[in-house]
Design a binder for this molecule. Structure first.
Ligand code: SF4
Ligand code: SF4
Length: 312
């Protein structure tokens, strides 16, 4: 059975994508999925080459048969969103696709057609196949697009007999986040030691518990507030969520993103060592093989602790 790891955060800006991308560089056999469809950016740090683009339809949009239209003005009067003027869709972005105009048109001049709401895409990357998406302008069906990205990622993982999907989840705890994490094997909650970070983590715990999804915690920038980091550790203990990573603050995250790399490709040995340990813990919780890159990190850790000598 394919395992799904969803990297989540109660809000944006916690380093979720950077840490998720670093894990993709370590996991040996996986499909990547970017479910942050409102602002997809995982492809920017894993180097992508587009292979497939598919239109995504959700909801309906009116199309007017100009020849049949009597220009009676009825649709204009009935549209609550001021999107149509006497048979002309004058403000398409304002249209909610409710169908009131079509239902009440005396000349049956309006048809409701499937509305293109974005695209889902498949790209090759340095770290495996990536399924991602672009949501259309002023479209509010991101939960459905998230579900489509997950469905496509799962189907490709099954076809290729890959044991794992690593998903960059949407920030927050709204509909897209719910669509991304329900039924996942494990949520890795990336948080930061600030009061808002603690509050957002509480909301994420509530969501994961509600949907019965196991959750583990990674504290990013753990050294910027020892007090808040301790509070997160205590909160996680109460919520029965293991803290599997404490990543120190490091400017290299920003530098790596700017150069289109993961921190595993540019970071210091200390930082990449922490992330290897994080991956080993996550792989253990998921029950997947951690792979050679991570195993090497474990050997270095054992070596540092004096258990072995002479490792490369
Ligand atoms: S209600 Fe129908 S016939 Fe009347 S203006 Fe609108 S589209 Fe034209
Ligand atoms: S579908 Fe609804 S929102 Fe769109 S133009 Fe018709 S009445 Fe207005």
């Amino acid at each position: 059975m394919v395992k799904e790891l969803v990297i989540a955060s109660g809000k944006g800006g916690t380093g979720k994508t950077s840490i998720g991308a670093a894990l993709t560089a370590l996991a040996p056999a996986k499909i990547l999925a970017d479910c942050d469809v409102d602002a997809a950016n995982l492809h920017l740090v894993v180097g992508s080459r587009l292979k497939e683009a598919h239109d995504f339809f959700a909801g309906f949009a009116p199309v007017v048969d100009e020849e049949a239209c009597l220009h009676c003005g009825r649709c204009t009067n009935l549209c609550r969103f001021d999107a149509i003027e006497d048979g002309v869709i004058s403000r398409p972005l304002a249209c909610e696709g409710c169908g009131v105009c079509a239902f009440n048109c005396p000349a049956h001049a309006i048809s409701m057609v499937d509305k293109k709401a974005g695209q889902w895409l498949v790209s090759e990357t340095r770290h495996g196949l990536l399924v991602h998406a672009e949501l259309g302008l002023a479209v509010d069906n991101s939960g459905k697009l998230v579900s489509e990205v997950r469905r496509q990622a799962k189907s490709r993982a099954e076809k290729r007999r890959l044991p794992l999907i690593i998903t960059d989840g949407p920030p927050g705890v709204g509909c897209p986040a719910i669509a991304a994490l329900t039924g996942a094997s494990l949520v890795l909650a990336v948080t930061e030691p600030s009061l808002s970070g603690i509050h957002d983590l509480e909301r994420l715990f509530f969501l994961c518990h509600h949907f019965g999804v196991p959750v583990a915690v990674c504290i990013n920038k753990a050294d910027i507030s020892e007090e808040n980091t301790r509070a997160i550790v205590a909160l996680s203990r109460r919520e029965r969520a293991p803290v599997v990573g404490e990543i120190p603050y490091d400017d290299v995250f920003r530098e790596a993103a700017l150069t289109g790399c993961t921190v595993m490709e540019t970071g210091s040995a200390a930082l990449t060592g922490e992330i290897r340990r994080l991956w080993l813990a996550v792989a253990g919780l998921l029950g997947v093989e951690p792979g050679k890159a991570a195993a090497w990190g474990l050997e270095r850790l054992i070596d540092r602790l004096g258990g072995r000598r002479g490792m490369p």
